[in-house]
Design a protein around this ligand. Structure first.
Ligand code: OGA
Ligand code: NI
Length: 342
């Protein structure tokens, strides 16, 4: 049974050993007090852009995370996209595998646990569909699932909206950092958005396993659509549960933005826990740089008193080194560091 997708196990009664996390990583009894269930909520509508920028900068500095409301993405489209993501994951294993394996280069792919399934010591309780979302969409959309039949149509519209929202948030963050508003779009730094549709089936004992281990995202920013509980953010030594707000997006700063801002904005570690009764589906839209783009602290943000904290490297070099250290943020930061401290 270990060879199949978690979602294909009928009425699984126990967590197989290969999914039991070491004790120090386990989510424990999953009791979180209600005061630990809040990240800031930012209203993106309104006329006072300066206030919005201040609010976003404060939220990202304090938490690395916030929930965005009045973000401009049509609610109906969010509902349709989530429905089609759930429909995809509800298909048979055979259909999911064939619909998710059309791309010979595997940029569009469907897999269980993580891309390191063969080498990881312990698996996580999830299945994943991922594919690129950059322009021109028509070029790679032929590798996206053709089943459910409305997948390409709905998700095509959805990613166009999410790219707009991503640019808007990045422009606000740029202004907050004192960089020109088009800094990211004009440099190719935000040119490679990728969608990851996570599916976490119900788990017989959520205290033993995880849907996604503690990690930081290797993106500029990530925009998450979620309906069910399960996301947790690590802050000041504790896990905060992020309660889904209807039609809100969860935004977080990734490591690439931490590097470019020279640590002025920081990513936060987060993870996903499972649930004993409900399946959970979440869609993470990662804004990545194009592969050959050099990522490094922006020179306008460094000087003799603020030396660059991070080394300069091409995004693809960053990404492969990140992947081999995925489970250990300290090792990631050590690899990236120039040795300078604040
Ligand atoms: C991710 C992620 C969280 C979630 O895909 O990187 O953090 O709630 N997902 O699925
Ligand atoms: Ni993440």
């Amino acid at each position: 049974m270990d060879q199949e997708l978690v979602s294909s196990w009928p009425n699984v009664q126990f967590v197989p050993d290969s999914y039991v996390r070491p004790p120090e990583e386990r989510p424990g009894k999953l009791v979180l007090s209600s005061c630990k269930t809040n990240i800031p909520v930012v209203d993106l509508e309104g006329h006072d852009e300066t206030q919005i920028i201040l609010h976003i900068m404060k939220a990202t500095k304090d938490f690395g995370f916030f929930q965005a409301i009045n973000h401009g993405v049509p609610k109906v489209l969010m509902d349709e996209a989530m429905a089609v993501f759930k429909e995809f994951h509800a298909m048979t294993e055979k259909d999911k595998t064939s619909e998710g394996s059309k791309d010979p280069s595997r940029n569009c792919s469907f897999y269980r646990s993580s891309k390191n399934y063969q080498t990881e010591d312990v698996h996580v309780w999830r299945d994943v569909l991922t594919h690129p979302c950059h322009d021109p969409l028509e070029e790679h959309m032929k590798f996206w699932p053709a089943k459910p039949t409305r997948y390409r149509d709905v998700v095509g519209k959805y990613v166009v909206e999410l790219r707009k929202l991503g640019e808007k948030i990045l422009e606000l963050l740029c202004e907050g950092l004192g960089l020109g508003a088009s800094y990211f779009s004009s440099t190719g730094l935000s040119g490679n958005p990728v969608l990851l549709v996570n599916h976490y089936p119900p788990c017989p004992d959520p205290s033993l396993t995880l849907g996604l281990i503690r990690h930081m995202d290797p993106s500029l920013i990530t925009i998450l659509l979620q309906v069910e509980n399960g996301l947790q953010v690590f802050k000041d030594g504790e896990w905060i549960a992020v309660e889904p707000l209807p039609h809100a997006f969860v935004l977080n700063v990734g490591l690439v933005l931490q590097i470019i801002s020279n640590g002025k904005l920081k990513g936060a570690e987060h993870r996903a826990v499972t649930n004993s009764t409900l399946a959970r589906t979440s869609a993470a839209f990662f804004i990545y740089p194009c592969n050959d783009i050099v990522i490094e602290p922006e020179k306008a943000l460094t000087n003799a008193c603020n030396p660059p904290l991070f080394r300069s490297m091409r995004f693809k070099e960053f990404q492969s080194n990140f992947l081999s250290r995925y489970a250990n943020s300290e090792a990631v930061l050590q690899f990236l560091s120039t040795g300078h401290k604040h």
